[in-house]
Design a binder for this molecule. Structure first.
Ligand code: NGS
Length: 285
């Protein structure tokens, strides 16, 4: 019976646009914990959502306004990934979004390059679909408030304003790390992220400079809405050269980013909970 109803709804074309503010949001999100930390188990726990291949979802009874890609740079954090997926899918579905989750894994075990993985995610996602905007999302951050809406922002939006680990206070006013949202056009305008930040730190500050250098503004929701829980994990090695790269970054906005990105896709799979990319990053470390 349910299936028949669903089908009828889908056939009623054209659907009306989804409301700007989705119904049934209540300002909270209970943290869900995986029964077991395996992707199979998480898929099982989420079977009620009826996700489409590649971690894609779209609202059934209205027409979503935007096509959204969630890009998650990743390596060796399965436990965080399970919790992330278990919480993000219901959260984004409730917001009536048309979205797909991309997990972009760095193949080698040398220094991690978060920014370059996000550039790769952007590039590869656009080969699959004409997404309108992108959320670049750390795997260890889980939203706590369902009114923290992941719809396309007019101006670049810093999402993870208030994180429990930092007593829900923004560490500094120009912070543009953790979770950010940008339209496809704005991301292209700033030439994406720098590819030169190997190891922890600085790549998000460089992106903040790119945004400002192009006369764009970083926007934020209020801290009582833009709240996140940070999952625990081992610390990463900081990049000793990050300040040097950051201070000289401005000279390279035009030449270092999407337009000189080099990598090899070793694997691309449409899995039940996400689109998976395993990539070999090239470039001087
Ligand atoms: C700054 C880093 C950023 C980082 C931010 C917050 O110092 O990349 O701290 O880090 N910039 C540099 O190192 C130049 S956090 O408090 O989340 O660990 O995002």
């Amino acid at each position: 019976y349910n299936n028949i109803q669903t089908k009828q709804t889908n056939e009623k074309q054209p659907l009306t646009p989804c409301p700007q503010t989705p119904p049934d949001l209540n300002g909270t999100m209970r943290l869900l914990v995986p029964a077991q930390e395996t992707l199979e188990e998480v898929a099982q726990q989420l079977s009620w959502l009826r996700l489409l291949e590649g971690g894609h979802q779209e609202p059934l009874d209205c027409r979503a306004r935007y096509k959204i890609a969630i890009i998650v740079p990743y390596r060796d954090r399965l436990s965080n990934l399970c919790t992330f997926l278990l919480n993000m899918h219901p959260f984004l579905t409730k917001q009536q979004l048309d979205y797909s989750i991309f997990i972009v894994e760095q193949f080698d075990d040398g220094l991690f390059n978060r920014a370059m993985l996000m550039n790769v995610g952007f590039n590869e996602a656009l080969k699959l679909r004409d997404f309108d905007c992108f959320f670049f999302h750390d795997v260890d951050l889980i939203p706590e408030n369902d009114r923290n809406i992941y719809s396309c922002p007019d101006q670049p939006r810093h999402m993870s304003v208030a994180i429990d680990k930092f007593n829900y206070r923004l560490p500094y006013v120009d912070l543009f790390g953790g979770v950010i949202g940008m339209s496809r056009n704005h991301f292209q305008l700033v030439n994406g992220f720098s590819n030169m930040f190997w190891g922890w730190g600085g790549e998000d500050d460089d992106m903040a400079s790119r945004v400002k250098a192009h006369d764009l503004n970083i926007t934020r929701y209020t801290p009582n809405v833009a709240r996140y829980h940070m999952l625990t994990h081992a610390k990463q090695k900081a990049n000793p050269k990050r300040y040097e790269k950051l201070y000289s970054g401005r000279k390279r906005f035009k030449t270092d980013g999407l337009n000189n990105l080099e990598y090899r896709v070793k694997s691309l799979k449409q899995l039940p909970l996400f689109t998976y990319l395993l990539v070999d990053l090239t470039g001087r470390r």
